[in-house]
Ligand binder design. Structure first.
Ligand SMILES: *Cc1c(COP(=O)(O)O)cnc(C)c1O
Length: 499
């Protein structure tokens, strides 16, 4: 399988090239150049495999310059019971007759980003060797909270790599901030940016496209790479768990082979839901993809009208990992949905960067309508959904997943479609304990409580166990307290690399 840029400037490169480089030199994203078509019987066979074996097989369809043994090494190294505290890695919880929660947050940082970022370092370090790179690879990450910590955990102490994470100073939860500022490892750095996530992301993108800076660091023996969800090495591992969920339902007799399911995904950068779209395109029987957004509802509008318009206020919400106005991975969808029309994709992306807005043609609008349904909700409704879900099912969802549950309920109300649906659950509720608790107890009970008292309270309230990694934060030393202006990211990178 070879890869090309969504903007047409580069093609016929290997998976390891795409993974090593992260973003294409023309500013586009790497996409696979061929389609994969799986039959129902092949999917039935996949349902007999363990998560690590399944992952190696699915990844093998895309990462054809990795041997099956290499991929098994990668998946066995990434998805261990020790790190995920469960054999099934991504367990499916049955909420009711038609609704299933795909719990993607059993990894070391309690968010679904671990599903990709635990394996990315394995894929990347091999990609570096395969492409003959001899430089030390510097991973730069802009994060709205979860990616940063997951990337730090994935890359800490990985030989031949360094990682620097930028997060919006006031855009992450207390727990998220603590998780990052206490990060261990001899190759890591963490910086708060005065601004929002888009400021951090724009700053990092600027560094990545600064040719002179790239030459400068190359002279000192460094090469940049990205661990953001634009990296193909992030996206490919996310396809796996949609297969795993389908196989799980199949094995448990919840569905028959070939039955369609719907998939609902709380969405920000459009990475996680795009992975579900890839799974569908590969032949996984999927009906509708339900795209759930918070009040930063640029994707809801896009799916409903065909107009992508980022000219709106950026809102800070209780689901901060979805506070995004530029959903980078949408570019990959546009590429595939136009059958690889790189000129058209480039035109839309040019309009987006110049006017902050583009409108897709009628053909695309109808493809979008066929595949997606979209809805959004505000913070009050998010909190209400957490409460209702707990009352009804005795199950606690985090703020991001709650947005998904809400969008799914709206979908069923509007369409009457009772197709079995898997809702991607993207974070452990403990990670957003304050907001989650505000749905379950009175304000008064929360007053004056520190993060660790809140963890205990949520544990008592839901009769659920506090994840070890969060409990341990209490005794950790804060290593990183640098704050930088949003135009100064490059200076921080120079400092980190000592150049
Ligand atoms: C990153 C994240 C999302 C959004 O995922 P995208 O791939 O950016 O759409 C949703 N929920 C949580 C908890 C996240 O960390």
């Amino acid at each position: 399988m070879n890869y090309q840029s969504t903007r047409g400037g580069i093609s016929n490169v290997t998976a390891s090239y795409a993974i090593k480089n992260g973003i294409a030199s023309d500013g586009g994203l790497f996409v696979p150049m061929n389609k994969i078509n799986l039959s129902v019987s092949e999917i039935e066979r996949l349902s007999t495999l363990s998560y690590t074996d399944l992952a190696a097989e699915v990844l093998g369809m895309y990462l054809t310059d990795y041997s099956p043994e290499e991929l098994l090494d990668c998946t066995n190294g990434a998805y261990t019971k020790e790190k995920f505290e469960t054999d099934s890695i991504a367990p499916v919880y049955k909420l009711n007759e038609n609704t299933y929660i795909l719990e993607l947050w059993h990894g070391p940082t309690c968010a679904f980003k671990d599903m990709a970022l635990q394996i990315l370092p394995h894929l990347l370090t091999r990609a570096i060797k395969k492409t003959g790179e001899d430089k030390e690879v510097v991973i730069l990450v802009a994060t709205s909270g979860d990616t940063g910590k997951a990337a730090l955990e994935g890359f800490k102490n990985v030989p031949g790599t360094r990682i620097q994470v930028f997060y919006p100073d006031n855009g992450v939860s207390e727990i998220q901030k603590l998780q990052m500022t206490t990060q261990e490892g001899n190759n890591v750095d963490v910086v708060a940016v005065k601004g929002n996530f888009d400021d951090a992301q724009t700053g990092v993108k600027k560094i990545f496209t600064d040719k002179a800076f790239a030459d400068e660091i190359a002279e000192k023996g460094f090469a940049f790479s990205s661990a953001n969800s634009i990296n193909w090495g992030r996206l490919a591992p996310q396809i796996v768990y949609y297969f795993a969920a389908y196989c799980d339902l199949l094995r448990n007799g919840e569905i028959n082979a070939g039955d369609k399911i719907n998939i609902c995904v709380p969405t920000g950068n459009f990475g996680n839901i795009l992975a579900a779209y890839y799974a569908k395109c590969m032949g996984l029987p999927v009906g509708k993809l339900i795209c759930a957004s918070n009040i930063n509802n640029v994707l809801t509008d896009f799916i409903n009208t065909g107009v992508y318009d980022r000219n709106r206020n950026f809102e800070t919400t209780v689901s901060p990992s979805m506070d995004i106005l530029i959903s980078s991975n949408l570019e990959r969808f546009l590429f595939h949905a136009t059958d690889g029309d790189t000129e058209l994709v480039s035109e839309y992306m040019k309009k987006l960067s110049e006017d902050g807005r583009y409108e897709v043609n009628d053909k695309l609008k109808s493809i979008i309508k066929d595949n997606f349904y979209a809805s959004c909700c505000d913070d009050d409704t998010t909190i209400e959904t957490i409460k209702n879900t707990h009352d009804k099912f005795d199950y606690i969802v985090d703020t991001h997943t709650a947005v998904g549950v809400y969008a799914y309920n709206r979908y069923v109300e509007e369409t009457g479609d009772t197709t079995k649906t898997v809702i991607a659950s993207t974070a452990n509720p403990f990670k957003f304990n304050n907001s989650v608790l505000s749905a379950l107890v009175s304000k008064k009970e929360l007053e004056g409580k520190d993060e660790f008292q809140l963890l205990q309270m949520l544990s008592d309230e839901g009769n659920i166990r506090i994840p070890k990694s969060l409990k341990e934060l209490k005794n950790k030393f804060v290593r990183f307290n640098t704050v930088c202006e949003r135009d100064n990211l490059k200076e921080e990178t120079s400092r980190f690399l000592n150049i």
